[in-house]
Design a binder for this molecule. Structure first.
Ligand SMILES: Cc1ncc(COP(=O)(O)O)c(C=O)c1O
Length: 340
């Protein structure tokens, strides 16, 4: 079976830990990520979802009027994103934006700073493109470019915001490696990253540059074969230095493609279904917006296996299957045909 993503491998010896939860691996990982992306400060969480939730809570607690102002988010997005914003008490509005998929996007623009959701993309010095006070979020979900056992990080040059988020994530207590020294300051949440999560993600970060080299090569192999066979695939998101999370293509019918691929022992996926039609989220869509581009992605996008563990033989098998599928079932409609 050819997997869609490869997951991290790690051997963990818990006897070496100074603290299983708040040990030195956490601080080391935060410093390494901050250094890698070019930011001064970083705070880690048990997931990027938690980071989004706490950022939104921090905002509504300080500026209650935000509870009435909608945040616009792409309709083609994993449901965790709207869930966290809504659960934090901020309304949302779904907008057509699929170009971000596999990269990053501006999740919120508050008065003096932005929140950039870069859960799917991490690259050297990427924070240099942001404003110093911005918050930039990364994810260490197992399938992400730096895969871990879940985990998230927020970086910024604004120390106060980072330290406030840290306090919120540690049950509202001041941070200290000695749990007896921690004193409650606010009513917080238990959403910090633990030492094991930090160690696994840190090992993935060490492998990232090699992984990127390998993925760039695989992407070129796919691009060449698919361009020759007129298989359409979206451009790499402008926000990423290369697109190292997903390789998407357009097919006549994505559910059918995924099912047929599985029968050929190739795991494929759909990134993403559009939420504007979903019973839970449809109420956050506007009537005036037809969501044509999002509907197109909903029906025609498919992600093929894209990870550093792919052999040349596996890559060729994926290419042959994809070309064969288009020959049997025809190409997807063009966007122009589809909208008219
Ligand atoms: C764009 C985006 N934001 C946020 C998240 C949430 O990340 P996590 O799984 O670390 O909670 C994801 C996860 O898929 C994501 O793709």
């Amino acid at each position: 079976m050819i997997k869609l993503f490869s997951t991290p491998r790690s051997v963990i010896d818990l006897s070496n830990y100074d603290n299983l939860l708040h040990g030195s691996p956490v601080r080391q990982f935060e410093e390494r990520v901050a250094d890698y992306v070019g930011a001064r400060y970083a705070c880690s969480f048990n997931s990027a979802s938690s980071a989004i939730f706490l950022i939104m809570r921090m905002m509504v607690e300080n500026w209650p009027h935000l509870a009435k102002e909608e945040i616009e988010i792409p309709a083609t997005i994993p449901p965790v994103v709207p869930n966290m914003i809504l659960n934090a008490g901020i309304p949302i509005r779904l907008i057509d934006n699929y170009e971000w998929i596999g990269g990053s996007y501006l999740l919120a623009n508050f008065l003096s700073f932005g929140v950039i959701d870069s859960a799917q993309a991490i690259s050297k010095r990427v924070f240099g493109d942001a404003e110093p006070d911005d918050l930039m979020i990364f994810s260490f979900y197992p399938t992400k470019p730096v895969g871990g056992i879940d985990g998230g990080m927020v970086v910024s040059n604004d120390r106060d915001k980072i330290e406030h988020l840290r306090t919120m994530s540690m049950n509202g207590a001041s941070s200290s490696t000695d749990s007896w020294e921690r004193t409650p300051q606010i009513l917080g949440w238990k959403m910090y990253m633990n030492s094991v999560q930090a160690q696994v993600a840190n090992e993935s970060l060490t492998l990232l540059d090699d992984k990127i080299t390998k993925l760039d090569r695989t992407r070129r192999q796919f691009d060449r074969a698919f361009d020759q066979a007129s298989i359409r695939h979206p451009a790499i998101p402008r926000s990423t230095a290369g697109g190292h999370h997903l390789y998407r293509i357009y097919v006549a019918n994505n559910h059918h493609f995924v099912q047929q691929a599985q029968e050929a022992e190739i795991i494929c996926g759909i990134h993403y279904h559009s939420l504007h039609r979903h019973p839970l989220y449809g109420r956050y869509a506007t009537n005036s917006n037809g969501y044509g581009p999002s509907s197109y992605e909903h029906r025609h996008t498919a992600s093929i296996p894209f990870h550093a563990g792919l052999t040349d033989i596996e890559t060729q098998k994926v290419i042959d299957f994809t070309i064969g599928y288009q020959e049997r079932h025809g190409p997807p409609p063009t966007r122009d045909d589809w909208y008219t």
